[in-house]
Write a protein that binds this ligand. Structure first.
Ligand code: SF4
Length: 320
């Protein structure tokens, strides 16, 4: 049977598979392996209990195409020239690793795509499975933790926090420089919770991609509001300082809000002057336009370099 794949609308537009107006183009080609997810994350339209259409993930749509159509020679050339990486998102299904391996094999044997970096967001069964996927041609594995404390994990996902946490760290130890994770801000964790998890992951060599919680109609958490912008900006700065290896001395208010990074206002302004801290974080080349935001509205993650005005605005939004 012919393999089919969901392609994010933005990626599909770049590849000439769909038409839509776009303010910012994706710099990674985002693919989603369709299927029935056994997971039940309260924020995800692919979840078992979700009443959303499965063409949604976060707040964007993912039309379906035949893989042969995606990888035909002229489109493969466009894919190679337009994107820094391919990201394959998977759902929790029993055959996800086999299907991923098959898709990676098809991509790798396509002329021009033999060495394009491929990331995959997957919950693997074990560290050994991570090894098999890397050997099959995946360049980075993103194992999503999503929730920044065990209680929130238990409330929003149907899994075992400690098992996923350990798996991420074990995989990072076994395959240094190859492991990423996703952390969603705004599920009810404190900034101190997020700081603990981010510091631990970065010191174990795990790259952290931040997401702002986005309520999607039809999901269990459809009524939870997105996080306050100030909270998100402070965690972005924290993630940036950790990613760049800059030292910091964090202090928190009694309710776990970051009060201080251990820098004076002008020192911090200098460190953040390029605006990189406020751009999308994750694997190299990943910009995820409009996963968490509507065009023209609050920009949690900027998918492109910020203007001087936007940098000043983002700095003010830190509310320090
Ligand atoms: S950080 Fe971006 S490229 Fe990496 S796994 Fe997550 S969505 Fe994919």
């Amino acid at each position: 049977m012919q393999m089919r794949i969901r392609v994010s609308l933005g990626s599909a537009v770049v590849l000439g598979l769909a038409r839509a107006k776009m303010e910012d183009k994706p710099s990674t080609c985002y693919l989603l392996m369709a299927g029935d997810c056994r997971g039940d994350c309260g924020f995800c339209p692919q979840a078992r209990s979700s009443r959303s259409d499965h063409k949604w993930l976060s707040r964007i749509t993912w039309p379906t195409f035949a893989v042969t159509d995606l990888l035909r020679p002229e489109r493969a050339e466009l894919l190679r020239d337009s994107f820094a990486r391919i990201c394959i998102q998977t759902v929790v299904s029993p055959r996800r690793a086999d299907q991923l391996q098959e898709l990676v094999r098809l991509i790798r044997q396509t002329p021009g795509l033999g060495d394009i970096p491929i990331s995959s967001s997957i919950l693997p069964e074990s560290t050994e499975e991570v090894g098999r996927l890397l050997a099959a041609g995946v360049e980075r594995i993103g194992i999503p933790l999503d929730a920044a404390n065990p209680w929130i994990f238990h409330q929003t996902k149907n899994g075992d926090y400690s098992r996923v946490y350990q798996l991420i760290k074990e995989a990072a130890m076994a395959y240094p420089g190859k492991i990423s994770t996703h952390v969603i801000i705004g599920l009810g964790e404190t900034e101190a919770d997020a700081a603990r998890v981010l510091q631990d992951f970065w010191s174990a060599g795990v790259r952290v991609g931040l997401f702002a919680f986005t309520p999607v109609p039809g999901t269990r958490l459809a009524k939870l509001p997105p996080p306050p912008l100030g909270q998100y900006r402070r965690i972005q700065v924290l993630n940036y300082l950790l990613a760049t290896g800059l030292p910091m001395e964090l202090t928190f208010s009694p309710d776990g809000r970051i009060r201080d990074f251990g820098y004076s206002r002008s020192e911090l302004e200098g460190l953040l002057s390029a605006g990189t801290a406020f751009r999308t974080s994750g694997c190299p080349g990943c910009n995820r336009p409009y996963y968490n935001e509507r065009p023209g509205q609050t920009m949690y993650n900027y998918p492109r370099p910020l203007t001087t005005l936007e940098i000043e605005k983002a700095f003010a939004e830190l509310e320090l």
